[in-house]
Design a protein around this ligand. Structure first.
Ligand code: AMP
Ligand code: MG
Length: 318
């Protein structure tokens, strides 16, 4: 795609969805709203299309992509589901849970999608726009977050346009993402253990409820059983220093507040963690755009989705 092309942002209405489905079938890139963040979608069965994602994001080739599917049947054509996987998707799909499962040999996915791993990360999203594209194309769609690699994730179409602009063929505007934070990634390993590779809207406690007494590896277990490339220490970077646990900000700091800490903007004046997750990236984008050279963030409780918020903030501050 020529680099001088203007970003095209269009409301996610039926005509635009049909065009987007055609762009995807032709191997192009479409930015799509999901319930977590905006995704940069391409057909997952095409090496060329998938290469376009890596190129547009500047994403390192060792960092595998999540493949989005329309339903459980589509997922079962790509990966082997055991009883635990069946139970998890029955409970959490469609929704913000990604499962890393053994890839089927006949999955037909582009090799770059899984970065050469024998496993594949699968998610069935709930958002009606992504669902419509999956249904209309009949294809599995690879879709990482629609931002330059390492930068702040997008929770609105405007964020996508700022970060990727002309590098994407079409940006579908479906408003602000409801969850605002990336999916929980859970790996189930053949030995019976499981591990949260990335905290997200579905908590480890909710996973444990479904998997029963199954051992969680990583918390004292053998982490090395699961390969988790791409979870980099520095990520979501606003391009200026970020200080955490800041109840008070210095004069040159853009202050992101929470609860009783008012700040220049607030994640949630009521101290509501779900609202804070939904507003996290918008607040970081505001901090990045502000004239102040530094960002300070109020303390945020680590319970529930607070764990995922603090995970992202720690990487933003790295
Ligand atoms: P993103 O696409 O930016 O939401 O990131 C997806 C993340 O999923 C990657 O950074 C990996 O950490 C993880 N992931 C994807 N596929 C696999 C896999 N096959 N095995 C382990 N982790 C994976
Ligand atoms: Mg991302």
């Amino acid at each position: 795609m020529p680099d001088n092309k203007q970003p095209r942002v269009t409301a996610a209405e039926p005509i635009a969805l049909r065009e987007a489905a055609q762009v995807l079938r032709d191997g192009g890139l479409v930015a799509v709203p999901t319930e977590t963040v905006y995704g940069l979608a391409a057909r997952a069965d095409s090496e060329m299309a998938v290469a376009g994602i890596y190129r547009a994001k500047g994403r390192p080739a060792f960092n595998p992509l999540i493949v989005h599917v329309a339903d459980i049947a589509a997922a079962e054509r790509l990966a082997h589901f055991d009883d635990r996987a069946q139970a998890l998707v029955a409970r959490f799909w469609p929704g913000p849970l990604t499962l890393v499962l053994p890839r089927r040999l006949d999955a037909g996915l582009a090799a770059a999608v899984t970065a050469g791993l024998p496993t594949v990360a699968l998610r069935c999203p709930a958002h009606p726009v992504m669902q419509a594209l999956l249904a209309q194309t009949g294809l599995p769609l690879a879709a990482p977050s629609a931002n330059r690699s390492g930068a702040i994730s997008p929770s609105s179409a405007a964020h996508v346009a700022i970060s990727l602009g002309e590098r994407v063929d079409l940006i579908l505007d479906g408003g602000v993402c409801a969850q605002g934070i990336e999916s929980t990634i859970v790996a189930l390993c053949a030995e019976g253990g499981w591990q949260v590779l990335r905290p997200g809207p579905v908590s480890a406690e909710q996973i444990a409820e479904v998997l029963g007494a199954m051992p969680e590896i990583g918390s004292g277990g053998d982490v090395s059983l699961i390969e988790a490339p791409g979870q980099l220490a520095s990520h979501y970077a606003p391009g200026k220093p970020v200080r955490l646990e800041a109840a008070v900000a210095a004069g040159d700091e853009f202050h992101i507040g929470f609860g009783p800490v008012a700040g220049d903007v607030t994640l949630s004046a009521e101290g509501d963690l779900a609202e804070a997750a939904a507003r996290l990236y918008a607040c970081l984008h505001s901090g990045a755009a502000s004239a102040k050279p530094r960002i300070a963030v109020a303390p945020i409780s680590n319970s529930g989705i607070g764990e995922a918020i603090n995970d992202r903030l720690t990487r933003a501050a790295y």
